[in-house]
Design a protein around this ligand. Structure first.
Ligand code: CA
Length: 234
């Protein structure tokens, strides 16, 4: 059974989400406040979290931050009445995998839940990508770097996939935003830079090269030597 944790204080919305998810075969755990949400989200039985932002005690963004700081990789779909772009970007910055603005149709939520759950099933040809020492399995969402397995959040995976899809190319922040976040507006935020930093931390600092004033590219030599020269414009 795939269990979804619903962190939502509004009973009508929680009941609506729970009923719909159960009808589609998901197990549902419902908690009404942020503190419990943070505790339950870390549980190994939870496959995905639907997280409201306006919550009693801990705010949804604090729950998200706490979860990621503790190393929790569970996919998080943020559910919120806050439609402002700044809130959306903040949520994504803090490690949300997806964002849905209230009011929403259940089918919309279901589509996000499905998209953000790790696909299960057989490997098939055409789902493996690799550049240099980096291997991606698109179906299982598994990543190895020089044979070492690396766990990535949904958004980190999407960003790495963009790099691996265009090997040896320098990708601008705008191109990366559009590929990994589906955002086409010209944003002045540092979303891409923040996630490049996360990826470097997990893959190795030298794996993503900063190209001053242009963007980033993936280093494509296997087992590339650590220790990038200082980047004056990074
Ligand atoms: Ca609420």
């Amino acid at each position: 059974m795939v269990n979804v944790l619903v962190v939502e204080d509004e009973e009508l919305i929680a009941a609506f989400v729970e009923k719909g998810l159960r009808a589609h075969g998901y197990g549902v755990v419902w908690v009404r406040n942020g503190r419990e949400g943070l505790e339950r989200a870390a549980g190994t039985d939870i496959s995905l979290v639907i997280l409201d932002l306006g919550l009693p005690d801990l705010d949804g963004l604090e729950v998200l931050q706490g979860l990621r700081e503790r190393g929790g990789h569970v996919p998080v779909v943020v559910l919120s009445a806050r439609a402002r772009v700044a809130d959306r970007v903040e949520g994504l910055n803090l490690g949300a995998d997806d964002y849905l603005v209230k009011p929403f149709a259940f089918e919309e939520l279901l589509a996000r839940v499905r998209a953000n759950l790790r696909p299960r099933g057989q490997r098939s040809a055409g789902t493996l990508l690799h550049v240099g020492g980096v291997h991606l399995d698109l179906l299982l969402r598994e990543v190895t770097v020089d044979g070492r397995s690396v766990r990535l959040s949904g958004r980190e995976f999407a960003l790495l996939k963009a790099f691996v899809t265009y090997p040896r190319q320098v990708l601008s922040r705008q191109e990366l935003l559009s590929m990994a976040w589906d955002m086409d507006f010209d944003t002045r935020t540092n979303l891409v830079d923040v996630y490049v930093r996360y990826l470097r931390r997990k893959l190795g600092e030298h794996m993503i090269v900063t190209v001053p004033r242009v963007g980033y590219r993936l280093r494509d030599e296997p087992g590339a030597v650590a220790g990038t020269p200082p980047q004056p414009f990074a």
